[in-house]
Design a protein around this ligand. Structure first.
Ligand SMILES: [Mn+2]
Length: 330
């Protein structure tokens, strides 16, 4: 990934001596929390005064990440002053951070650091690469370009993002640079076993029972190419990514969908692809966004009604791909 030296210089100047809001998307995943905490430490090294403020709780498995105890939840914890500068991580647009957006002054300098397919380049400074496996990879490259020290804490936070956004070094975004970065982070003191255990092997007993209930809703469509799962409010689990990953790992499935009820009444839709179906484009057509292979959106309705609206679009995408593949074979 190419970082523009002029942008890096502008970043250094914009943050030096400034009070900075650091935030990330609601329903934070480990790349979001890890990146926010890594950015906080980088900003301290750059002479800034950062504060991580989120519009959501830190999921309990991510409390292992160094610095997570400094995160403020807004508006539950009131913050009076507005910020003249903000560093926003892993969010395709500013509304994704939720209520902390209200803490950004109208004339604030916003820095957007992200790797989403769907992004509107909302920052005054945008460090965005769709090729980066994780926002953590962008930050790692920035650390190197800015000559910052990768401390063991910083390494832990970057490793959490890299590990999880590559699906434990399994997705198509697992490049040789990703592996080199992982090796560097280990050398810098990342506690890789502690982080991996916390992210994947520390599940609440109630969540295991809920997983059983969610998996039992499995249905297949389009001759087994599309799998769907429903998560009702009483079966919500801490790591929905793991659930939809299982739905995607079913033999013959090209696209997997998890539809979850939410407390605010909308249905949260998580899409995953292991084919050429670009789920970011599908999510965008429903007002959401994400990556080519992992995207999502929210919609009013019931689990069933949302599935009814989504299925024709997915079936169409799968059929188009089948026609294309057949044409290429003949
Ligand atoms: Mn990410």
């Amino acid at each position: 990934m190419r970082l523009d030296p002029a942008d890096l210089g502008a970043f250094r100047r914009a943050v030096h001596g400034a009070r900075i809001l650091v935030s990330t998307h609601i329903h934070p995943d480990p790349d979001a929390i890890g990146s926010a905490l890594a950015a906080r430490e980088m900003l301290v090294q750059l002479g800034a005064d950062p504060q991580v403020i989120l519009g959501d709780d830190v999921p309990s498995r991510m409390k292992v990440l160094p610095g997570s105890e400094t995160i403020i939840r807004y508006p539950q914890h009131p913050v009076r002053e507005k910020f003249g500068a903000a560093v926003i991580l892993d969010a395709g647009n500013l509304s994704r951070i939720g209520e902390p957006a209200a803490l950004i002054a109208p004339d604030a300098v916003i820095v957007n650091i992200d790797h989403h397919f769907s992004t509107d380049g909302f920052g005054a400074l945008n460090f965005v690469s769709r090729k980066a496996a994780a926002t953590a990879e962008m930050l790692y490259e920035m650390c190197r370009a800015l000559d910052l020290t990768i401390t063991p804490d910083l390494a832990d936070n970057l490793y959490a993002g890299l590990l999880t956004d590559t699906g434990r070094f399994r997705y198509g975004n697992t490049t040789s640079s990703v592996m080199r970065m992982a090796a560097d982070l280990i050398d810098a003191g990342a506690s890789i076993f502690r982080i991996t255990d916390a992210m994947y092997y520390d599940i609440a007993p109630a969540d295991v029972r809920s997983l059983g209930a969610v998996y039992s809703t499995l249905e297949l469509f389009a001759d087994g190419a599309i799998s769907t799962l429903f998560a009702r409010l009483d079966h919500l689990v801490e790591d929905p990514d793991a659930v939809v990953d299982t739905a995607l790992s079913i033999r013959g499935v090209m696209v997997a969908v998890l539809m979850s009820e939410t407390w605010e009444g909308k249905i949260r839709v998580s899409l995953r692809s292991k084919s050429a179906v670009n789920v970011a484009l599908i999510a965008e057509s429903f007002g959401g966004g994400g990556h080519e292979k992992a995207a999502g959106f929210r919609m009013r309705g019931t689990l069933e009604s949302v599935r009814e609206r989504l299925l024709p679009v997915l079936t169409d995408a799968v059929e188009k791909l089948r026609v294309k593949d057949a044409a290429e074979e003949s």
